[in-house]
Design a protein around this ligand. Structure first.
Ligand SMILES: Cc1ncc(COP(=O)(O)O)c(C=O)c1O
Length: 304
């Protein structure tokens, strides 16, 4: 990874190599952390964080689901994100806020353990590979099911929950695919390992609903809003896996992966990037760098 200079930790800016935790930190053993993945992009007015308030709101909800009181307000965290980008002199970057149960308590009752908060930023290019945004990726339906609603809350972005994604990711990688798509317990399509999914059929856009055990992605919400502006009908519906095989277009959305076409699913070729994917990508990539006045409200400028 591309190291930066400073990391914000519990209110202080510390040197990158010093931003460490104790080996007996609770989160390291039990996955008791909640986190966000956010991006800032270079604009004419300096770096702008994309939908920062929405990401911080989701962090608060994830923390709430795990009974983890955040010791900083949304405004304090927003200021901290700005500060750590500024001090590292970055124009565009990935931003990782994390709140976790820290050192001092062991065992499965975490409510007396401390809650530590850190925010790291670093440069991170195309998550699914440089060519992925134009050429698309090969995806595999995972044999691992997406976590069910009565196991852990799928709508929380919590550390331990990602073991599910990690198993699916390794499986797809070992089989020669770039990404895995997970079905939920009912057998319908849920998420990628770190992305939401969209299917284009007959000019309409389909995406799994919250009841399909998805993470409510902020990029997903962005795509829904952009599609609406483009006059493309969006339908939130259960998607059987076979609908992917006969789709006109498939793409995934996520902060890391951005808006990325899916070229094939299992051994079914869907085809090169299609016209609706291209149109929505174009709207998205204009919005994030401030080239579209309609999307100005999504940008949080670091140098205000
Ligand atoms: C499982 C899962 N689904 C979807 C997403 C996409 O969410 P967002 O667009 O908010 O990054 C992510 C990434 O955070 C994820 O981990």
């Amino acid at each position: 990874m591309q190291e930066a200079e400073k990391i914000w930790m519990n209110g202080e800016l510390v040197d990158w190599p010093e931003a460490t935790v104790h080996v007996l930190s609770h989160a390291l053993h039990y996955g008791t952390s909640v986190f966000e993945g956010i991006r800032a992009y270079e604009t004419d007015r300096g770096p702008a964080v994309f939908r920062l308030d929405d990401h911080l709101a989701r962090l608060e909800r994830s923390a709430q689901m795990y009974y983890m009181p955040l010791p900083y307000s949304r405004e304090q965290l927003r200021e901290a994100v700005h500060e750590v980008i500024r001090v590292n002199g970055l124009q565009s970057c990935y931003i990782r806020p994390i709140a976790f149960r820290g050192y001092g308590t062991m065992g499965l009752f975490p409510l007396e353990a401390t809650v530590d908060v850190a925010i790291a930023v670093w440069e991170w290019g195309a998550y699914l590979g440089e060519d992925s945004l134009t050429e698309g990726i090969g995806a595999k339906i995972s044999s691992w099911r997406r976590i069910g609603p009565n196991t852990v809350p799928a709508t929380a972005k919590a550390g331990g929950q990602y073991l599910n994604s990690i198993l699916a990711k390794i499986e797809s990688h070992k089989s020669g695919y770039q990404e895995a798509l997970l079905l939920n317990e009912a057998g319908f399509v849920a998420d990628g390992t770190g992305e939401n999914l969209f299917v284009v059929k007959d000019g309409k856009l389909f995406t799994p609903p919250v009841s399909a055990s998805i993470l409510m992605g902020i990029t997903r919400q962005t795509i829904i809003e952009l599609a609406d502006e483009e006059g493309i009908e969006v339908i939130e519906a259960e998607i059987p896996r076979a609908d992917l095989y006969i789709a006109d277009e498939v793409f995934v959305s996520g902060t890391a992966a951005e808006v990325c076409p899916v070229r094939s699913v299992d051994d079914h070729l869907i085809g090169p990037r299609g016209p609706i994917t291209t149109r929505l990508q174009e709207r998205f990539f204009n919005a994030i760098v401030g080239n579209d006045s309609r999307s100005e409200e999504w940008l949080d400028y670091v140098n205000q």
